[in-house]
Design a protein around this ligand. Sequence first.
Ligand SMILES: [Zn+2]
Length: 474
Amino acid sequence: MACLMGLAVTLLVACQPIGAPPLSTPASVEEFIEGASGVGDPIFPLLGNGGYDVQHYTIDLSVDAARNEIAGATTIRSEAIHPLRSFHLDLAGLKVEEVTVNGAQASFERSGQELTIIPSSPLNAGALFTTFVTYAGTPTPIEDADLGFVAQGWNWRDGVIFVVSEPQGAMTWYPVNNHPIDKATYTLRITVEEPNVVAANGVLVEEIDHGDRRTFVWEMAQPMASYLTTVVIGDFVRVEETASTGVTIRHYFPPRYADQLTQAFANTDEMLTFYSDLLGTYPFDAYGAAVMPFPLSFALETQTLSIFGLDMATEGVNAHELAHQWFGNAVTLASWNQTWLNEGFATYLQRLWLEHKLGREFLETGMRRYYAMLSAMKTPAPGNVDARSLFSLSVYERGAWVLHALRLRIGDERFRQFLRTYFTRFKDGVASTEDFIAVANEVSEQDLTDFLQSWIYDENLPPIPEGTVSISSD
Ligand SMILES: [Zn+2]
């Protein structure tokens, strides 16, 4: 969750004469500010907002899936970090009908993706407050030339609705503090016409039958970054697997592909066990895949319910998206120029699953092949990417090599200890490259700063460290 500075626009309380000593009564001396319109992300400066910290979203949507129209009522429970005269939410498109704060009508303005809310009375620092926004329309996903392979946010295609938001798209369907540093828990109450099925993050806690319409209530009980929220609506069957770890495994498959997809995802439980043993207990209550009835050329690790194009339903991609539940989702990047922290981990952990199945030789050969390729292509460093390189080869493969190099340098036992320490320490929050290096130094009891920085930031690929690996052979 976030602790953010608001813009330093102060409003001195009128009764306080200039030059007078500060009064001691709390409310009258607070300098109410306008909450900032962004958190200052190096790539997306307007994402997120300042001055408050969201604790819980309740998103109540009535969806006309045939026409792709929604009527939404989102309730946001937050804590003011600064005394606030006004604050922002992010919302792209849709028509806002009404805003209340603590039950009282609030005025609001819209400019681009910024929804500015002026409560009828200002909010004191530390105050818990509830914002309620009603809105309607047809959500429009964000088309970003830098990320041309995906329309971010609410997608409607061939009678199916699915949400894939990384990095910006959450604001296409609900008002949100849209940056990973402000994680929150969620309740998703989605009402659709029969016979549509709704899948979303977390656990399906209730289904309410209204005759020709049905409400599905999903509860995401652990903190979640907004880009990981998802909703899937359409003709899907729920397929459950027995999980030896106690986690509920539930997949959502298009009926006509259900048999082959059930087979394709059959070892999800085995993967969950492998990763839980290696990294620490699976951080959420449920997991599964929602596979679309059409190809997408990508999959996304939406929290507890990864979205797959039909063309991506493979063991390798399943291992990658599952690994993201630990790294990416439970431990999330602190800013968007550090996507290597998400993708390097998931790529390397996917390889560890393959190592577990196929042996050490397989891993070593594969990693060295990628090293040769990265070297030949002079792939730039992954540590500080720009908008076009958020999901570049470097982020995945040089990112994975950062971890492999660390493992070769410190040995398997310490590396395993590193993974567990880093996960446990930052679970439910965010971590930065500096945090990553600090934990590596601490666990290895060495100063690896220069070593790791050269792998993360140097233009030239560093030499492969001496060492061998055997993480899965014990
Ligand atoms: Zn990934």
